[in-house]
Design a protein around this ligand. Structure first.
Ligand SMILES: [Zn+2]
Length: 75
């Protein structure tokens, strides 16, 4: 199959957190998702630490994903 990712523009149900996570190696992806969902991580601190490692996700994006208010959790 070669067209499995053929989806209409604007109908991608993934927020920045998941979009970035999908582009990472599996281990990095697990670490990122775990950090995003870990309440010990302050949103702003995590955003800053990710930025130091070349990953740009704004703190509000992290907050929305953790609170399940992002596109990932919409039907
Ligand atoms: Zn999300």
């Amino acid at each position: 199959m070669m067209l499995e990712d053929l989806i209409p523009p604007g109908r991608t149900y993934a927020c920045k957190v998941r979009t970035v996570a999908e582009g990472l190696e599996p281990k990095d992806k697990d670490i990122l998702i775990a950090a995003v969902n870990n309440p010990d991580w302050n949103f702003k601190t995590l955003s800053n630490e990710l930025a130091k490692r070349g990953i740009t996700i704004v703190d509000t994006g992290i907050a929305k994903h953790r609170r399940k208010q992002c596109a990932c959790f919409r039907n």
